[in-house]
Design a protein. Structure first.
Lengths: 214, 320, 190
């Protein structure tokens, strides 16, 4: 325990020492805070990616996403073909007075149309003004930072892995072609065709969930 | 005519001091407390480091509605802030600042005047607590009364020790007969006096009467607007008075190098240091419990002050 | 006659006619004190009675001041206003004195009380008037009520009554300790 009253003196010393140090307060409106990566400020919409699949609106726990759309027909890709139909987004709004920032809509979006933006200064004086429309949500898209770098030992992202695989194969094929110039051309071509066809099928299977719902 | 002018000028000076120094202490508390807690405190009002924060607070208080609860005893409720504040103004008149009559009004029994009038200020809290018709206010007032009765005694005894040493009750007289070694001689008495004064002002760590986590804001719970501001002003005026009084009684007032020309500066400087200590204690220590408070007063401070009186008596007899 | 000689004449032959400012103030403060005292005993609101008591005691202190008894005045404020009334208010609040009239604030013995109070007042006035019949305090000369003068007379001429009072207070102190120690059977008290 030591000398009686040493605890009291220690308390005084702590406060006095703190007073002589620089305070840690950030003067917010004058100095912007340094937000950590993946800050959940507000939800931004990349509307070019949106296909009006309504998954976000349906998964939202408090129903704060409003989506309106209409159907348009697109002329056939090839003459004589069937007309394609396509959803066009009319309205995409999020009511931030209801939103609880759970991020389910962002997780559930299959087309990467919704993102977390670190922007947080969107207070309004009227609660009704907190329902932000697609133009505002699109504007916030510019504030979305690039995704953070992967860990050094992390697995490659699938897109990059697939692209790299095909690039490697093409390079290998080219090298093989140069090596086999002397050999029979017909046999070579047949084998290459078979390999390419198989690869196309693989890639198509991977991409199907991405495009299939359109 | 000249005498009247002199008196009026002195009273105006005291009034100015009364209105300015508490605000200075309050602003210092804002900033010191903030920096002791690693914050900045007010930064915007007035431009430079929020120097006008208390002025802004005052404007805000003046704009607020003056609410009197329906069941309250109106007259007493409205009178209470004045009763709490005015005694400190009166006390300020008697505190000497510098040598050669640099004092609002020198009184023969100045020490008794100061202690007596300071005790009256607590009546304001009692009136406020009872008249608010609120159980928390009543509890706050009860605690105030209990605290005053416990701490008035050690405070008086400690002050009496100084009066014994100086052989006079007049405050300028006490300062005049001060020698530097008195501070050591009266050290215990000074500590007791300062502690008891803090308790009487209901400053942390002795702020049970306004313990916000227990009884909201004690006797001042129902107050709004200017009347509430007056209670706050009374607290800070009380700090000024207590620190000034401790300076005069125990730290030798205007004594210091070049006391003849800048004596008043020494008094103000010592008072300011003590005010800083008051703020420092507030930041550093948690609030005592009600029974701890009473125990401290009756079992520590009163025996200490009695011992100080005995010591003073012995030394006084030995040196004379 | 110029004002100087009037003042000198008044100082030489004090009388109830042509009163000075201090005398007028004394009488006015006395009336206010009397009124406050009457209100103290007649008001039906308990806490108001205590607050009127503060006014009455404060008025008395002012009277002491006017009589140049500075020390006594401040002791009056310190002890009676600062401590006794606070104790009184503490007691009233502890018993939860209501805001507004207390119907049982009147005692059935009020007439007896009036009689006792009247008799005491008459006795006191009689004694004081008889003792100080034509004594005048010279306000312009040396102050007679300083703490120095009070201390000298208290510890030179009135030491015996002072010590007797001390014994009385000591008895009260011991009595209080005995009373608070009586509940030893149950829990131990602080």
């Amino acid at each position: 325990m030591g000398i009686p009253g040493s605890g009291l003196a220690k308390g005084l010393a702590v406060t006095l020492k703190t007073m002589t140090k620089r305070s840690v307060t950030a003067q917010y409106p004058d100095a912007q805070p340094e937000l950590p990566p993946r800050s959940r400020g507000v939800i931004a919409l990349f509307e070019e990616n949106c296909t009006v699949c309504m998954l976000c609106a349906r998964e939202c726990p408090d129903w704060c996403i409003y989506i309106d759309s209409h159907k348009e027909t697109v002329p056939p890709a090839a003459p004589g073909g069937r007309e394609r139909s396509r959803n066009v987004l009319d309205r995409f709004a999020i009511d931030f007075s209801l939103c609880m920032y759970c991020g389910i809509c962002i997780e559930v979006c299959p087309f990467d149309a919704l993102f977390w933006s670190p922007e947080f200064e969107y207070a309004e004086t009227d609660i009704l003004d907190l329902t932000h429309e697609r133009d505002k949500l699109r504007e916030w898209m510019w504030t979305v930072p690039a995704p953070p770098a992967l860990d050094p030992a992390a697995e490659e992202p699938k897109e990059i892995a697939a692209a790299r695989k095909s690039a490697e194969k093409a390079a290998a094929a080219r090298a093989a072609q140069e090596q086999d110039d002397k050999q029979d051309l017909k046999q070579d071509l047949k084998q290459d065709n078979k390999q390419d066809q198989k690869q196309d099928q693989d890639e198509g299977r991977e991409q199907r969930p991405g495009e299939g719902d359109a | 005519m000249n005498d009247t002018l002199d008196v009026v000028l002195r009273l105006i000076a005291v009034l100015v001091v009364f209105l300015v120094l508490p605000l200075v202490v309050g602003q210092t508390e804002h900033k010191v407390m903030a920096h002791m807690q690693g914050r900045l405190g007010p930064m915007y009002a007035g431009g430079f480091h929020g120097w006008a924060q208390l002025v802004a607070d005052g404007v805000k208080f003046a704009q607020k509605e003056d609410v009197v609860p329906a069941d309250a005893d109106r007259r007493v409720f409205q009178l209470a802030p004045a009763v709490a504040l005015l005694p400190y103004l009166l006390v300020l008149i008697a505190i000497p600042v510098g040598p050669h009559g640099f004092v609002g009004q020198a009184l023969d029994a100045g020490l008794f005047f100061v202690l007596a009038v300071m005790g009256v200020g607590v009546l304001g809290s009692l009136m406020a607590g009872w008249a608010s018709a609120n159980k928390f206010s009543l509890l706050g007032a009860l605690r105030t009364a209990a605290q005053l009765m416990a701490y008035e005694l050690p405070m008086l005894l400690a002050a009496a020790s100084v009066a014994m040493a100086a052989g006079t009750l007049s405050l300028p007289g006490i300062v005049e007969s001060y020698h530097w070694w008195w501070t050591l001689w009266q050290l215990v008495g000074g500590l007791v006096f300062f502690c008891a004064g803090l308790a009487e002002l209901q400053r942390p760590p002795f702020d049970m009467p306004v313990a916000d986590s227990e009884i909201i804001f004690g006797a001042y719970t129902e107050y709004t607007g200017l009347r509430f501001a007056l209670f706050l002003l009374a607290e800070y005026a009380g700090i000024v008075v207590l620190c000034g009084l401790t300076t005069v009684l125990f730290l030798g007032g205007w004594h210091g190098p070049w006391a003849g020309s800048v004596g008043w500066l020494w008094t103000l400087l010592k008072t300011a240091v003590l005010a800083f200590v008051v703020i420092w204690l507030r930041v550093s220590y948690p609030r005592l419990r009600e029974d701890q408070l009473q125990k401290l007063a009756w079992t520590v401070l009163i025996p200490l002050s009695l011992a100080q009186i005995a010591l003073t008596g012995v030394v006084k007899v030995v040196i004379s | 006659m110029n004002p100087g000689t009037v003042l000198a004449a008044a100082a030489h032959h004090p009388g109830f006619l042509s009163p000075t400012g201090v005398e007028i103030t004394f009488v006015l403060v006395g009336l206010a004190t009397l009124g406050a005292a009457l209100l103290t005993v007649t008001t039906k609101q308990l806490v108001h009675a205590a607050l009127w008591l503060v006014v009455a005691l404060g008025g008395l202190a002012v009277e002491y001041l006017l009589l140049t008894a500075e020390f006594i005045a401040w002791v009056q404020v310190l002890i009676y206003v600062g401590s006794v009334v606070v104790l009184l208010l503490f007691g009233l609040m502890l018993t939860k004195a209501p805001i507004g009239r207390s119907p049982d604030a009147d005692s059935g013995n009020r007439w007896v009380a009036v009689g006792v109070a009247g008799a005491a007042a008459v006795t006191l006035v009689w004694v004081v008037v008889d003792a100080f019949r034509s004594t005048w305090i010279n306000l312009h000369g040396a102050v007679q009520g300083t703490s120095h003068a009070t201390g000298t007379s208290l510890f030179r001429h009135w030491v015996l009554p002072f010590e007797a009072l001390s014994v009385l207070l000591l008895a009260a102190l011991v009595g209080a300790i005995v009373l608070s120690r009586r509940t030893d059977g149950g829990k131990e008290t602080e």
